[in-house]
Design a protein around this ligand. Structure first.
Ligand code: BEZ
Ligand code: FE
Length: 271
């Protein structure tokens, strides 16, 4: 027997009433109701429920939780996070990748600070992103499940630097019920290219966020071409530079110029 839960009762009763209002307003008939039930069954069978919910609702929950709070903006975690990514300890940090990993080499640098701008040494950075083909290891394709996933700690100055590849834009799955639904409502399935990061430090609220590439496609800069997940925020767009730093190039064995970008993450203390 489950115990009465006031919160569950309050929220879900409202959801049920909101859905009933919509069904009544649009005069949804029994045949349409049957088609919807079948479609939801297909969503479950295809294993698309977490992805569908993250795509349509996580940004709302994220905003409701964090909007207006100080520090760097977060955004959705999405369904492709895997806990326990390899912890990198040997400098220079290189994200786990295959010998022939396709994609433009890129160096991502970061600084983690508190609300006063004081660097946070020993903050944990969890980084994961799609490959050049737009897929996430452990979900699609035959790359090892740790591919393009890493954890590392910031140094004594609150900084980190890691060599990876530049991720590509990708479509959320198009071949199943989510894709069919997007087609029926006339929407594309694209997400702009992004890094996913989760930053945490003792005494601070963990920050789950994404970094997007300024000027890239699907950011929503052109009308009608916005992110399918509606998770882009202006403050999360990074500038990718053609870097000519010889020391950094030598550190990672890269030819000049190479792509690099930098972001300062501001964490807020737990209150
Ligand atoms: C993602 O950014 O990985 C993502 C977010 C929502 C739905 C699908 C993917
Ligand atoms: Fe993603």
């Amino acid at each position: 027997m489950a115990e009465y839960n006031e919160r569950v009762a309050a929220v879900t009763t409202d959801i049920i009433h909101a859905v009933r209002d919509v069904l009544t307003r649009h005069g949804v008939d029994h045949a349409e109701y049957g088609a919807a039930v079948l479609w939801i069954r297909g969503l479950v069978e295809a294993g698309e429920v977490p992805m569908f919910l993250d795509n349509f609702f996580e940004q709302t929950v994220e905003q409701a939780t964090y909007a207006g709070k100080p520090g760097s903006e977060g955004t959705v975690r999405g369904p492709y996070y895997l806990p326990g990514a390899p912890l990198l300890t040997d400098q220079p940090f290189v994200i786990p990748m295959r010998d022939d990993e396709p994609g433009d080499p890129m160096v991502l640098g970061g600084l983690v600070v508190d609300l006063d701008g004081k660097p946070l040494a020993g903050a944990l950075v969890d980084l994961w992103h799609a490959g050049n083909d737009g897929t996430y290891s452990g979900f699609v394709g035959d790359a090892p499940p740790t591919n393009l996933r890493a954890r590392l700690y910031t140094d004594g100055d609150g900084r980190f630097q890691i060599r990876t590849i530049r991720p590509s834009p990708y479509q959320i799955p198009t071949g199943g019920p989510t894709g069919r639904y997007l087609e029926m409502i006339g929407r594309h399935a694209w997400r702009p290219a992004h890094f996913h990061l989760r930053l945490s430090a003792d005494g601070f609220d963990p920050l789950t966020t994404q970094l997007y590439f300024r000027g890239g496609p699907w950011l929503g800069d052109e009308r009608g071409h916005g992110d399918v997940s509606e998770a882009v925020k202006e403050s999360l767009k990074i500038e990718v530079t053609e870097d000519r730093d010889e020391e950094v190039a030598a550190r990672y064995g890269l030819s000049i110029p190479f792509h690099s970008a930098h972001y300062t993450f501001t964490l807020r203390p737990v209150v």
